[in-house]
Design a protein around this ligand. Structure first.
Ligand code: BG6
Ligand code: MG
Length: 311
């Protein structure tokens, strides 16, 4: 005997899963991801009286209209129309199209300034705060950082006190940024930004810092960035992928063609959850989950980033 419901389930896992087919309110799209071991996947779909053939290999997706006069489809984020008998192919080969940078610890080293501002608060409030605790704050938001400090001290504050200190901490931090300038760009970053530009690769910022646009201005490198993801607007902070996905979307680049660069564990997790390749800069903490681990930003080159797309 056969189990027809099971067969339908298998078909669905292949078509909705590996071919990434979606029917969203009558809009049909594909986002194929074949397992490395698969040479080819092909199937037909009857959609609104039309017959669509889909053939996927590791390097290419081919859509052809066998029956019917016209069908509108999307491959990833690209819309296209197939007329009767027409065929359209898209490359599935990964190519580096954008590099998404974390800010603090990757573009500039503001960690000591964040530390000094939190330390001032801790001293005034009689809380314990040291360099080790500061490492736990890497990459996480201002509000989440305060929660970590309070938890480590077993302290409980009212919502009003917490929000007042977040404002005050930021004022102290911003004051310390007044002398920030080109000299504070981390080694290799300016050269990398220039190389990316020369190769037509976009750069964007995916930082948890709400001060990011102002910091880029101070460093004098805003012009290199086509987009800055807005930490105040995304729903979920790192380690969730929202900031990286927003940065990719703002640059108009498909997420799989992006590489993210981070110095924090929360950031590497965010990049991985976003389905992107990750580079970990291990100046402060080790980042064993990063696809490429470097001990300093000075080792970051266009060639290394581009080769990450080859495997
Ligand atoms: C991250 C830092 O980039 O930004 C964190 O690593 C910081 O330490 C966070 O808390 C938020 O920054 P800001 O500037 O919005 O307080
Ligand atoms: Mg960082």
């Amino acid at each position: 005997g056969i189990h027809t419901a099971c067969m339908a389930g298998s078909w669905m896992s292949v078509v909705y899963g590996f071919a990434g087919f979606e029917d969203y309110g009558g809009e049909y799209s594909f986002n194929p991801h074949l397992p490395k071991e698969w040479k080819k996947l092909s199937f037909s779909l009857a959609i609104r009286g039309a017959l669509l053939d889909v053939t996927l290999s590791q390097n290419e997706a081919v859509y052809s209209l066998k029956e019917g006069s016209e069908l509108e489809l999307s491959h990833r984020n690209e819309k296209f129309v197939l007329k009767a008998g027409e065929k359209k192919s898209f490359s599935l080969k990964k190519k580096l199209a954008a590099v998404l940078f974390d800010l603090d610890g990757v573009v500039t080293n503001t960690a000591p300034l964040h530390f000094a501002a939190w330390k001032k608060m801790a001293d005034e409030e009689g809380l314990r705060f040291d360099e080790d605790m500061n490492k736990k704050l890497l990459g996480i938001s201002r509000e989440a950082s305060l929660e970590v400090i309070l938890k480590e001290n077993g302290a409980e504050w009212s919502a009003e006190k917490k929000s007042a200190w977040c404002v005050k901490k930021n004022e102290i931090y911003k004051k310390s940024l007044e002398t920030l300038g080109e000299k504070d760009i981390l080694p290799g970053i300016k050269k990398l930004l220039e190389d990316l530009k020369a190769h037509g690769i976009k750069a964007a910022l995916a930082s948890s810092s709400k001060n990011a646009p102002m910091i880029l201005e101070r460093l004098g490198i805003s012009e290199y960035f086509c987009a800055i993801a807005d930490a105040a607007k995304v729903q979920k902070a790192k380690p969730e992928p929202d900031l990286f996905l927003e940065a990719a979307e703002k640059c108009g680049v498909w997420y799989a063609d992006c590489v993210g660069v981070e110095d924090a564990e929360s950031g590497v997790s965010a990049i991985k959850k976003a389905g992107m390749k990750s580079v970990g800069i291990e100046t402060t903490v080790t980042l064993p989950n990063a696809d490429l681990r470097l001990s300093s930003t000075a080792e970051l080159t266009y060639e290394k980033l581009a080769s990450l797309m080859e495997d």
